[in-house]
Design a protein around this ligand. Structure first.
Ligand SMILES: [Zn+2]
Ligand SMILES: [Zn+2]
Length: 250
């Protein structure tokens, strides 16, 4: 994997032919992925709003037109630059219909149920004005099995109601957003307080088993390569369940 750009705050890597990773070190090793699709580019997730210039410059250096911005979920570290990038490039933003109201600013994720701590933190983030990403003009709503260029949409809710993953048949790859992370080479299901429905997220991991993935591309942390990558995801979820059961029985 070649490093194409490096600064204090970010790195651009060529993950493999036709696939690039932009990683922003702050606040938490957040990824955007650029996928070449028949001579055009699809951006999968769009960082924080202050990452707009870096993403735009990276696209310019690859020198292919950005046509699509596919958002895994409506959190500000994944959709922050989507609106401005769409305005600058003319690319179409896509998101699951259940997360669209949080992208357009019509609703706030702080309105949703979750654990008490989760609800409190969402409300606090809402009041500080950091929960919703800057609004996106007319994102196109998608649902299960829709196609965004060559990517197939898989509805994998739990982290947010309209959380989606994207399947690339060409790369045998799953873009999983914040459903899993791979920090320090540890593939883990996301059971943080910003996951609204944990049981639903575990069900979503069952859904990944329909795909013979060899590559997991998470929202945070490195790519995970494995001959049984979908099973690795499920194992990460089951390990957490076992840990919780042990804690309850102790
Ligand atoms: Zn998130
Ligand atoms: Zn995130």
């Amino acid at each position: 994997m070649a490093i194409l750009q490096r600064s204090f705050g970010h790195r651009v890597e060529k993950e493999r032919e036709g696939l690039w990773r932009i990683v922003f070190h702050f606040p938490t090793s957040t990824n955007c992925w650029l996928l070449e699709d028949k001579g055009e580019l699809t951006l999968i997730d769009a960082g924080c709003f202050w990452n707009t210039g870096t993403i735009f410059d990276t696209i310019s250096s690859i020198d292919k037109p950005l046509r699509r911005i596919a958002i895994t979920h409506a959190h500000p570290d994944h959709a922050g630059a989507a609106g401005e990038l769409a305005r600058r490039t003319g690319a179409q933003v896509f998101a699951h219909q259940l997360d669209v109201p949080y992208l357009t600013g019509k609703r706030s994720l702080a309105e949703l149920e979750g654990s008490t701590l989760s609800h409190y933190l969402h409300r606090a983030a809402h009041h500080l004005g950091v929960l919703n990403p800057p609004s996106v003009d007319e994102p196109l709503p998608v649902e299960e099995a829709d196609e965004i260029g060559s990517l197939k949409v898989i509805h994998t809710p739990g982290h947010t109601p309209g959380g989606v993953s994207f399947w690339s048949e060409k790369h045998k790859a799953l873009f999983v957003g914040d459903n899993a992370s791979n920090r320090f080479s540890l593939l883990s299901i996301n059971m943080s307080v910003f996951t609204l429905a944990r049981a639903q997220l575990i069900e979503s991991f069952e859904k990944y088993q329909e795909y013979d993935a060899r590559l997991i591309l998470p929202g945070h942390g490195r790519a995970h390569y494995s001959q049984q990558a979908s099973a690795d995801l499920l194992n990460s979820a089951q390990n957490v369940q076992r840990h919780h059961r042990r804690k309850i029985s102790n």
